[in-house]
Design a binder for this molecule. Structure first.
Ligand SMILES: Nc1ncnc2c1ncn2[C@@H]1O[C@H](COP(=O)(O)OP(=O)(O)OP(=O)(O)O)[C@@H](O)[C@H]1O
Ligand SMILES: [Mg+2]
Length: 380
């Protein structure tokens, strides 16, 4: 079954054709990062206008790269929630029109579900190591390895392609620009939120800390790059005390701000956008490394707590833009990660999520009345 997936929830205009929820026939992503680097963040109105310019060429290219005609496409899938209102409108209106025009079933997909389903796509970037995330490697962390070792009981269906698939029940650690959640998945298309952030998302925290340090937008990749030349133990940053499996990242961002102010000898009233002028290159790298280490530790601590609470878990999958982070991949060796190019927003993950919705019996939506939901939980 070939599905055209369309994604425009934030600042990437993306379309892809995916076969049977796993084989990527094409994957086209046009990012607006260059536009927003100048402003240090996304401007919703500009994002929507950029989607409008890019959407049709992006879909045309996805169809051409996949060598598909409309007759070859079995269904269209589109992100309808959550995200920026104007951005979601462009993607959904395009998908609705195409569904009516070409008489295709239309599936509306939740953005976080699609991030999670990036882990079911064939990871062509690791083609030479099909048994990725092999289980034999020793874990540097306490309870993660023994728990995940039970993944070896995968059914033969899960070995049907070159790549191992995650097994249920599983935990999904969603770490993106707008979300930080731990989801419990009993089976395909069943999502229960067991932990969530009380304030900032971890990706948002990377972006805000990068701004304080004068590193370019988006902050995640620039912090990771600066951290490579930094001493992660130079600055001690606090771990928030949050009950249960929930997170909080706004305190960590403020702790970086206060530590920078102390380090350069200015009062807390000093304008944060001027701090970068007072930092040396080495201090920037050391702050980046210390912050990245602390953020990764916080994520892993909660994940380990979740694994202790749910001993039946067979797999852990990590999803969302921050899953591209190498440090996080290094520490969570036993978890599933999407190929780095599929960590951020893309159309392939939308098509994959729709495929598993279809397998779970979800019916297509009405193209004449499909709505968008800028803020809605993955459980709804
Ligand atoms: N290597 C990296 N290390 C850490 N963070 C990263 C890395 N690469 C990207 N990010 C972060 O990922 C975030 C973008 O991820 P994503 O595109 O999934 O977010 P979004 O779609 O805007 O939000 P959401 O998915 O919650 O709606 C940004 O905050 C960015 O800084
Ligand atoms: Mg996203």
């Amino acid at each position: 079954m070939k599905i055209l997936g369309i994604e425009t929830s934030c600042d990437e205009t993306a379309a892809a054709v995916v076969e049977d929820g796993r084989r990527i026939l094409s994957n086209v992503v046009v990012s607006q990062i260059d536009i927003f680097a100048e402003y240090g963040g996304v401007i919703p109105e500009v994002a929507a206008r950029s989607h409008l310019e890019a959407i049709l060429p992006v879909i045309d290219k996805a169809m051409a790269d996949a060598e598909c005609s409309w007759d070859d496409i079995d269904a269209i899938a589109v992100t309808h929630a959550p995200g920026l209102l104007g951005s979601l409108l462009i993607g959904t209106l395009t998908a609705r029109t195409l569904a009516v025009l070409h008489d295709k079933p239309l599936y509306a997909v939740h953005h976080l579900k699609s991030h999670v389903y990036a882990n079911w796509l064939d990871d062509m970037e690791s083609k030479n190591t099909p048994l990725r995330n092999a289980l034999s490697r020793p874990s540097s962390r306490g309870s993660v390895a023994p728990c995940l070792a039970r993944r070896q009981t995968c059914s033969s269906e899960e070995y049907s392609s070159d790549f191992i698939r995650p097994s249920f029940p599983l935990l999904a650690l969603v770490v993106s620009g707008g979300h930080t959640q731990i989801l419990y998945m009993r089976a395909h298309n069943q999502f229960e939120i067991i932990g969530t952030t009380h304030d900032d998302a971890v990706g948002e925290c990377f972006d805000k800390v990068a701004k304080i340090l004068g590193l370019p937008y988006p902050g995640g990749p620039s912090i990771a790059k600066a951290a490579r030349s930094g001493d992660a133990d130079r600055y001690k940053l606090p771990h928030p005390k949050v009950e249960g499996l929930d997170f909080s990242f706004s305190g960590l961002k403020t702790a970086v701000l206060r530590t920078v102010q102390k380090e350069v000898g200015v009062p807390i009233s000093y304008p944060s956008h001027k701090l970068k002028e007072l930092l040396t290159q080495q201090q920037v790298c050391d702050f980046a490394a210390s912050f990245q280490k602390t953020a990764v530790e916080i994520l892993c601590e909660k994940l380990e707590e979740a694994l202790d609470r749910y001993p039946e878990i067979q797999s852990v999958v990590v999803a969302g833009g921050v899953s591209a982070n190498k440090e996080l991949r290094e520490v969570l060796k036993e978890a599933f990660f999407p190929a780095p190019s599929l960590s951020g927003d893309n159309g392939a993950m939308v098509a994959a999520a729709a495929y598993y919705e279809i397998q779970s019996g979800v019916k297509p939506t009405d193209p004449y009345s499909l709505n968008i939901y800028p803020r809605v939980s993955v459980e709804k």
